[in-house]
Write a protein that binds this ligand. Structure first.
Ligand code: HEM
Length: 174
């Protein structure tokens, strides 16, 4: 019969390593606590915009950034001044949530709204395409429209659930 002794020492080694790990582990958070907080990894914090606030960024003033919202996401479209600046073809889309206009490719003032009621499947598809391939691809997100999260009177919408929002891709918009 072969003696068990040669194997035993080997078997103990992983246990010893585990014990060492456990002994060190509680020290790790303590060491981190002494360090300066990590810099934000996702850029500046996003803002919530009321309609009035968003309306200030309609490109009227030369040095002011130009913002517009699509699907409740506020984009800084300043780099697209040739489209959105004062006197430019799509200036009407700025300073507001123009979801419906983008979906219908319409600049009719009646369509310059967040409201997606009654849009066709084709228009909704077009909206998502432009949202992804133009706005998300070209422009930084600076915030969200308050209407997505607040009631008309400004109180928090306690029933708000991202997953209930129509036509929103919640994965990366919240
Ligand atoms: C005669 C009608 C139109 C023509 C010839 C036209 C032409 C164009 C062209 C050539 C571009 C691409 C420019 C570029 O990337 O350099 C563009 C972009 C765009 N168009 Fe139109 N367009 C027309 C009407 C409209 C209307 C009615 C809307 C209403 C919403 C619209 C919304 C847009 C948007 C959102 C972009 C993307 C701008 C960006 O890159 O930020 N277009 N259009």
């Amino acid at each position: 019969m072969a003696g068990p002794a040669p194997g035993r020492g080997l078997r103990l080694r992983p246990l010893a390593a585990l014990a060492l790990l456990l002994a060190l582990a509680p020290g790790l958070p303590a060491a981190r606590a002494g360090q300066a907080p990590r810099p934000a990894e996702r850029g500046p914090p996003v803002r919530l915009f009321t309609e009035e606030e968003l309306a200030r960024y309609g490109g009227e003033e030369e040095d002011q950034p130009i913002y517009m919202a699509v699907k409740g996401v506020v984009f800084d479209v300043t780099s697209g001044k040739e489209f959105y600046g004062r006197g430019a073809p799509y200036n009407a889309l700025t300073g507001k949530d123009s979801t419906r206009g983008v979906a219908k490719m319409s600049l009719d003032p009646a369509d310059l709204t967040h409201d997606t009621t009654g849009l066709t499947a084709e228009e909704l598809k077009s909206l998502d395409d432009v949202f992804t391939t133009v706005y998300k691809a070209k422009y930084p997100i600076v915030g969200y429209t308050a209407r997505r999260i607040l009631n008309e009177d400004g109180s928090p919408n306690l029933d708000f659930k991202p997953e209930d929002q129509p036509h929103f891709d919640i994965k990366d918009e919240f």
